[in-house]
Design a protein around this ligand. Structure first.
Ligand code: CP
Length: 338
């Protein structure tokens, strides 16, 4: 996809926008927020006192975690979140209604940052060009989901330790947006070993292949397997279903598709984990379908609901940075002449 917003650093549209320094800064802020949230004496935690800011959630595609996560993070920072995409009640998108341009100019008048979730890959980039406000891509079609990648790597760091010493497996459709952002962000903290578990005879999505090649050049040992059992000697398994087209149908509410099952080699069950005597940390960006059997929920390996909890300090950290005007420096670092 063409990315015409040559970087100003104001937006988080892709994991490419993030530098090693930015990653460490987000994790340091998240550690602080996480410690404050978990302080024994909650009243002793420092209150954030500043003029409240307004986060506009422009979600035209379904979301539970990302939508509530940004709302909750804004509130915990002492800010507010508003719904900037209510097609039943706003004038945008109706036959007699406003253009996207006018809608974004209006949102600008009421808010300080826009979070965009959409099925249209180009949309966050278009809004980024239309608006002077910082824009967060909260998932755009089959492109990227950079804040989920921050959550996933932070969860690994908190639950298993520094990523550089770990073996990490990823079982999913190679077109999955969370997966592409995850592998792109891993370049900033390359693991010892990275294994992709994917369908045989399906070509790997080119941007994913490129991100894996980048990891290889950074010294990560790369493998590709076609059965989740072959990942159980790793430290971490991040799993989601293999066929994203089924996911897309299910998210539209097609019951027949909802009942489809992931094929056996790509389904993780408690029995498989116990048979392998594996202490692998299991993550899943959620929602899960049948790739992650509920029998795993009582295993000590299950990290996915803790992963949801850790998304709050991460989203607080990202909002805190961006609402303070701190730029992302990942792409700026690669500008010619710098
Ligand atoms: N992981 C994730 O993006 O979940 P939602 O679609 O519920 O936001």
């Amino acid at each position: 996809m063409h990315r015409p917003n040559y970087p100003s650093g104001k937006d988080l549209l892709s994991a490419d926008a993030v530098s090693r320094h930015d990653l460490e800064d987000v994790f340091a802020r998240a550690d602080r927020f996480w410690a404050e949230e978990n302080a024994e004496d909650a009243d002793a935690a420092p209150l954030i006192r500043r003029r409240p800011k307004v986060v506009a959630n422009y979600f035209e595609q379904r979301s539970t975690r990302t939508r509530l996560g940004f709302q909750s993070a804004a509130v915990r920072l002492g800010h507010q979140a508003i719904d900037a995409h209510d097609t039943d009640r706003s004038r945008m998108g109706t036959t007699t209604g406003e253009s996207l341009e006018d809608h974004i100019r209006t949102i600008e008048a009421y808010s300080d940052l826009i979070v965009v979730r959409t099925h249209v890959e180009e949309l966050p980039y278009r809004i980024s060009r239309l608006s002077y406000l910082p824009i967060i891509n909260a998932g755009n079609g089959a492109d990227e989901h950079p804040t989920q990648a921050f959550v996933d790597i932070y969860a690994i760091r908190v639950l298993r330790g520094p990523v550089s010493g770990l073996s990490i497996a990823l079982s999913c459709d190679t077109r999955a947006r969370f997966a592409l952002s995850f592998v792109k962000l891993l370049r900033l903290t390359p693991p010892k070993r990275f294994t992709l578990c994917c369908l045989p005879n399906v070509s790997i999505n080119p941007p994913m292949r490129e991100a894996m090649q980048r990891l290889a050049t950074l010294g990560t040992q790369i493998s590709i397997v076609h059965d989740v059992r072959q990942t159980l000697d790793h430290d971490v398994l991040s799993i989601q279903m293999q066929d994203m087209s089924r996911f897309a149908h299910a998210s539209l509410g097609s019951e027949a598709v909802d009942k489809e099952r992931e094929t056996e080699p790509f389904t993780i069950t408690a029995q498989k984990v116990l048979d392998a005597k594996s202490d692998i940390l299991i993550l899943n960006p959620l929602p899960r379908f049948t790739e992650l059997d509920v029998s795993c929920d009582t295993l000590p390996n299950a990290g996915y609901f803790q992963q949801v909890k850790l998304s709050t300090p991460i989203r607080m950290a990202i909002l805190d940075r961006m609402l303070s005007g701190v730029p992302w420096t990942g792409q700026i670092e690669t500008l010619p002449g710098l």
